[in-house]
Design a protein around this ligand. Structure first.
Ligand code: C5P
Length: 234
């Protein structure tokens, strides 16, 4: 499928229109940012690794009845995706307290949560993606009531599917962020699912195998992403 003009460039990805109005090409970059763009860098090979890792997760979700925007891989760092209209919502699901939740609530990182937690954030770079709840999303007309209910149900289902898959690979799915898009009357899981958007901990050593290695200057960032790809492919 031929790549036409660039329609979106974000921190980690570019999206191009194609000859077919139903499909976009999504290209993954090596650039990394954290803390709302205040920390910047590049992680060698990240684009290719996140392309492959996301493809594996999207395929697993599709096999388990969750519809995603993923169509197929086009190259080492490009995938063909359905031309969804992304909702301005980030959906975070958490199994263990970490990151912003641990900080906000004074919980020790790694505290097992009695039940999974779902959070919404309003996608806005200027505002730093503030946390909102479903009432805000409705009031601001970010999604309909039915869409929000579907998104919540689907996000918990994704958590179940990916947690069960990953634990067999000795990986704990600590938390993750999803984005959703509208396409032909349906809501699809979109964007990416990768170590940039999930926290993955080794189940034995609790070693971090995700973007926290970059955020917290822990070193061996590329190695961690490679380790995730090699475990989920095995
Ligand atoms: O920083 P925080 O603890 O809120 O992040 C929760 C989860 O959501 C982490 O897995 C993080 O990688 C992901 N996230 C993301 N994009 C954001 C914010 C969080 O992928 N803008």
């Amino acid at each position: 499928m031929k790549k036409l003009e660039l329609i979106y460039e974000g921190k980690a990805k570019r999206v191009y229109r194609t000859e077919d109005e139903d499909f976009y090409v999504m290209e993954f970059k090596d650039d990394a940012t954290a803390f709302n763009g205040q920390k910047r860098g590049t992680i060698k090979g990240k684009g290719e690794l996140n392309t492959k890792i996301s493809a594996v997760f999207f395929e697993i979700l599709e096999e388990n009845g969750v519809k995603t925007h993923f169509e197929r891989l086009l190259s080492d760092r490009e995938m063909l995706v359905k031309a969804v209209k992304i909702l301005p919502l980030e959906v975070i699901v958490r199994n263990l307290a970490a990151g912003s939740m641990a900080k906000r609530l004074g919980l020790q990182e790694g505290t097992k949560l009695k039940s999974p937690v779902l959070e919404f954030c309003y996608k806005s770079d200027e505002l730093g993606d503030p946390m909102i709840n479903a009432y805000h999303a409705l009031a601001m007309d970010l999604a309909t009531k039915e869409e929000i209910a579907f998104i919540e149900e689907t996000s918990f289902k994704v958590n179940e599917i990916l947690s069960q898959f990953l634990i067999k690979k000795n990986i704990i799915l600590v938390d993750f962020k999803l984005e959703f898009g509208r396409f032909k009357g349906e809501i699809l899981v979109a964007d990416e699912i990768s170590p940039d958007t999930c926290r993955f901990w080794d189940a034995k050593t609790m070693e971090k195998l995700d973007k926290d290695r970059f955020r917290r200057d822990l070193g061996n960032v590329e190695e961690a992403y490679k380790e995730i790809l090699s475990r989920i492919k095995s």
